[in-house]
Write a protein that binds this ligand. Sequence first.
Ligand code: 6PG
Length: 471
Amino acid sequence: MNHQLYDFGMIGLGVMGRNFLLNVADDGFAALGTDINEDSVKALNEEGEGMNVKGVHTQKEFVELLSKPRKIMLLVPAGKIVDKVIEGLLPLLDDDDIIIDGGNSHYDDTNRRYEYLKTKNIRFLGTGVSGGAEGARRGPSIMPGGDKSAWEDVKSVLETVAAKVNGEPCVTYIGESSSGHYVKMVHNGIEYGLMQLIAEAYDILKRVGGMGNDEMSALFDQWNKGRLNSFLMEISADILKQRDEKMDTHLLDLILDKAKQKGTGKWTSQTAMDLGVPVPTIDSAVTMRGISAFREYRQDVSKMFEHVHTPEETLTGEALAESVEKALYSAFIITYAQGMHLLAEASEELNYNLDLEGIARIWRGGCIIRATLLEKIRKAYSKRDGLKNMMATSEFRDELFDCRDCTVDVLTAAMKAGVPTLCLSSAFNYYESFRSARLPLNMVQAQRDYFGSHTYERIDQTGIFHTDWGK
Ligand code: 6PG
C-alpha cells in the first residue's frame, strides 16, 4: 500500500508546534506531527482539517511517513526532554536525517547535542524561533545554526514559513554549532531589557505624571507610529487599555507585580560576564525580575520606609511625555547596542563567525524584538566591517546626544518621586561610561595594589608598578 510521504515533521504539538506546522502546510508543504499527548494530536487534526497536515500517535508511524532525508523539528520544553526525544528517535532514523531543535535550549546543550549527533550521522540544527504562538502561525523569525548542509536541505521550508520584511525572509543560516541558539538567547536578553524599559516608562508616566491607563495607551500608540515603533510598544499600548472581563477596571491594575522567567535573560548575563562584555541594561532587567519575586519582603520594607514623595518641581504633562519618549528611545538604542556588542565578541571568542547585519535583518520581522530601529541597526552594520559597538556611529551618535538632557530630567524626576528606574538609569550610565575618556577605575587599581600587591600601570610611564602604600 502506498502512503503519502510528508515533507516536514514536528514533534511537540503544543500551541507553538501546532501553529508552526499549520504554517508549513499553508505554504504548500505536506506537514506531519506527533505528540505524546493525544489531545494535542487531535487538536492538530481538527485545526488542520482540509489542509495537507496530519497528526499521528506513534513515533514509528511518524518516522515512516516522512520523506528522506527526514526533516524533523522538535518544539518541546528545553532541557532533558530534548535529549529524551532525541534518544527515542535515533533507532528509527537513517544516516543524514535532520533534527531541528526549535526550543530555547542552552547553547552548551546544543554544542553537546551537535557533536553527539555527528557521531550518529544525524545532522543537527539548533534553531532559535521567535514570535510566540501568533508568530509561529503567521511567520516567525528563525535563527538556525549547526550543520550547513542540513540548512541547505531545510532552507526552502524555513524561508517560506518565516516572516517577510520587504519580501526578504526573516531567516538566515547563523553559523556553526550552537550559534543559532546563542543568537536567540541574546535576542531574549534584549527582549528582557526592552520590556523592563517600557515598564519603567509606564511607571514614571503613572507616578510622576499622574497619567491614567487609557491616556498612556493613547500615548504609546502615538509613540508606536514614530521611531519607537516596535512589537513591544504595540502590545503595551493594547495591554494598557484592556478592561477586566468581570471587574469594572483595567486588567493591568489587577495583575500581580511579580514577573517569572525561564532563564534566557539570565544566561545572556552569565555569558556576557564570562566574556567580559558589559550588558548592564540586560543585567538590570534580570535583576528587576528577581526583585519583583521578593514581593512579600517588598511589602514589609515599603511600610518601614513609608513617606510621601513631594518633589518641589517636576516634569508634568506634555513635557514629561516628550522627555520619556526620548529617554526610552535612547535606552532602546543602548540595549540593542549591548546585545549586538555581545554578539560581536562572542562571534570571535566562540568562533561563530556571525554576520551581524544578517542578524539585524532577520530580527526586523516576526520576532518579539522586531522594531523599525532594526533597519537602522542593519544599515550601521552593513557599512562597517568589524563594527562592535554601534553607539558612536553616525547613525546613532547625534540621536543619543540629543536625548541625553531629557533623560537626565526624567531620571531626576523619577528619583525625586521614589520611582525605581534600574534599567533606564543603567542604560544611561552605560552611555555616560563609554562617553567618559577617564573613569575612576584608577582608584580601583590603586586599591587592588594597596591590599593585594596586584600592581598597576601609569599614564606617564610604561611598565608595571607596585607601591608600598601608606609608607
Ligand atoms: C520569543 C520569546 C519566547 C518566550 C520567552 C519568554 O522570542 O518568542 O522570547 O522564546 O516567550 O522565552 O521568556 P521568559 O519566560 O524568560 O520571560
